[in-house]
Design a protein around this ligand. Structure first.
Ligand SMILES: *[C@@H]1O[C@H](CO)[C@@H](O)[C@H](O)[C@H]1NC(C)=O
Ligand SMILES: *[C@@H]1O[C@H](CO)[C@@H](O)[C@H](O)[C@H]1NC(C)=O
Ligand SMILES: [Cu+2]
Length: 333
């Protein structure tokens, strides 16, 4: 696995160095946006846009990887980069900034490489959490045609022999057997964890305990440090809960990107950070937390984040304001 990581890193840097003129550094990003994209909740997209979004994800899954020795598709470039950097981008101060930029690059790929013209989608699971009507499985996000497909079917997935990468085996209930990413049409090549195995999209839909009230409390955090720690709490935090609600590989801190819902959940998390950021006048500059897991130093706005196989380095400061380059988006609500 160490070898894999080293190979990913060196391959990516090689490709980036080859592909980009050296004068192009992150500072060349313009500050002003020529266009602001409005991200919308999945069920607020027109049916036509929902189908087009799914088609664009499938297009990314069919496009060649830029790191073919590691990943099998352009889609997997995003998952591979996340797997490779996992220990550097979680439980650190730049967790939210890093994921903000990664999912933004993913959205740009859907648009630029796969021709998607509709809004980038987020999944506001409070709309399911507040709904006492039915189980999460009835959420439009899990629709078999206009969503990401149903539950994992028990007994259809066998965990790899090396269980070191699946610390919570009971979450890997089974393969998704319906919808656009069902077992027979979608094969994942990376994961679970740092393993490289060919497998189905493993899921287990849970009823989440995430309602508006829960989110409201977490958004009431007074400092970024408080917000960062509360959202990332694996059992009660709005980050971990969204992963746990889906179950399966979505709960794997390394390989969760196997599931296209990863990007809709993280868009929502980013949206909540944005809501938090707008509630105080200095919050667009407020960042804290260690730059390495358990480290003693604090991340600053100048901290440089890397995105091997996906794009140029950007600083934390550059992604703070979503209305400026290289972000250029806002949320419908
Ligand atoms: C961080 O601080 C602790 C306690 O002061 C110390 O034991 C540790 O060596 C420090 N770690 C680093 C990486 O400097
Ligand atoms: C990009 O950021 C990484 C991680 O901070 C750093 O190691 C690397 O040197 C940076 N690359 C460039 C080209 O600045
Ligand atoms: Cu992550």
């Amino acid at each position: 696995m160490v070898l894999l990581s080293v190979a990913v890193a060196s391959m990516c840097y090689f490709l980036l160095v080859m592909a980009l003129p050296s004068a192009l550094t992150s500072t060349s990003y313009k500050r002003r946006c020529s266009k602001i994209y409005v991200h919308k909740e999945w069920r607020d997209l027109t049916v036509k846009d929902r189908l087009a979004y799914i088609k664009a994800v499938k297009c990314l899954q069919a496009l060649p990887s830029s790191i073919p020795t590691i990943a099998r598709s352009r889609y997997e470039d995003f998952q591979a980069t996340h797997i490779d950097l996992t220990e550097r981008i979680h439980l650190v101060g730049h967790f939210l900034p890093w994921h903000r930029h990664q999912i933004n690059l993913y959205g740009k790929a859907l648009r630029k490489e796969c021709g998607y013209k509709g809004p980038i989608a987020f999944w506001d699971w409070t709309r399911d959490g507040d709904n006492a009507e039915g189980p999460l499985a009835q959420s439009p996000i899990f629709d078999d045609v206009t969503g990401f497909g149903g539950n994992g079917v028990p007994g259809t997935y066998t965990l790899p022999d090396d269980v070191s990468q699946t610390p919570e085996p009971y979450r890997y209930v089974g393969c998704v057997q319906t919808g656009p990413f069902r077992d027979s049409v979608y094969t994942v090549h990376l994961g679970p964890g740092k393993l490289k195995t060919d497998h189905c999209m493993v899921s287990a839909t849970w009823r989440p305990i995430l309602g508006t009230e829960n989110v409201r409390k977490q958004l009431a955090s007074r400092t970024f440090e408080e917000f960062r720690l509360v959202i990332d709490d694996m059992t009660n935090g709005i980050h971990g809960m969204g992963h746990a609600a889906v179950g399966g590989e979505m709960t794997n801190i390394y390989s969760a990107g196997a599931d296209p819902l990863f990007y809709l959940h993280h868009q929502n998390l980013d949206r909540m950070w944005w809501h938090w950021q707008q509630k105080g006048k200095d919050r667009l500059k407020e960042i804290s937390g260690p730059s390495t897991q358990n480290g003693n130093d604090t991340v600053t706005l100048d901290f440089e984040m890397d995105f091997p196989a996906l794009g140029l380095n950007v600083t934390v400061g550059e992604v703070m304001d979503i209305s400026k380059e290289p972000n250029c988006y806002t949320f419908d609500y």
